[in-house]
Design a protein around this ligand. Sequence first.
Ligand SMILES: [Zn+2]
Ligand SMILES: [Zn+2]
Length: 263
Amino acid sequence: MEQLLEYGSFLLNPWSLTFPMFVAIVIVKEAALQLTDFCVTCACQCLKPLPSRTGTRSLYKNKLDNKDAAFLAINSLIETIFTGHLAHKLWYSSWIERSFWSLGILNGPIALLLLILFNDMLYAPAHRLLHHPSLYAYIHKHHHRSVYPFRGNIDARNEHPIEQLIAMSLWMIAVYMTAFSVGMHAACLAGHLTLMMTGASLNHAGFDLEIRFLGVDWYSTAAHEMHHRRPDKNFAQFTMFWDKLMGTYIPYIQEDEKADKAN
Ligand SMILES: [Zn+2]
Ligand SMILES: [Zn+2]
């Protein structure tokens, strides 16, 4: 019993923080996230808005309500606990290399690409399951209140807390899968955390950004907008590789009466 309590306490508070310290970290993390989002938005000014964000569609801006605020607050706590676990692994794990000289091609860039692939490999089918008619209304529907999301990280994190827990658990599994297949350097994990933060924000900001190399679509903001417009397509967060394999990929379409009616 004592061991179980100890494990539960580690699960919720891996750094054994006092309550005021925990609150201070939530506030600092939230400020850092909003600052990052501001910088991302400024950097986006050199990008074109997605074609959907012109004309009357630029007026499709849903307002946030109390339920959104409550979910965002709960998700902020979940993210703090999860980031605490990632930081704990970065600092203490025996399977993460930390010294500068141990950074190599395999545990650095290759591990990062593999981590993106593994994470979406787990996330895309789970996301598809959340769209199943018997589940959709209870959990994932909340994230789809906005057909043309535009608030960056606020719209990205505006989801049911159960969905947040699922996404973070799959992310952690992907970290283990990568580390135990090709190894992992701390820089890879820190890089992936940064990519996930900025990528999720950009996916919901309304700007057009696509990254392609080695014949793979590694990232496309247009693809995630298409998911909000056509919720049975484009389930991955970053690479559309898995959607192409599952037969759920849809390319960007400009005119979309169906989505306009749903908004
Ligand atoms: Zn979304
Ligand atoms: Zn969805």
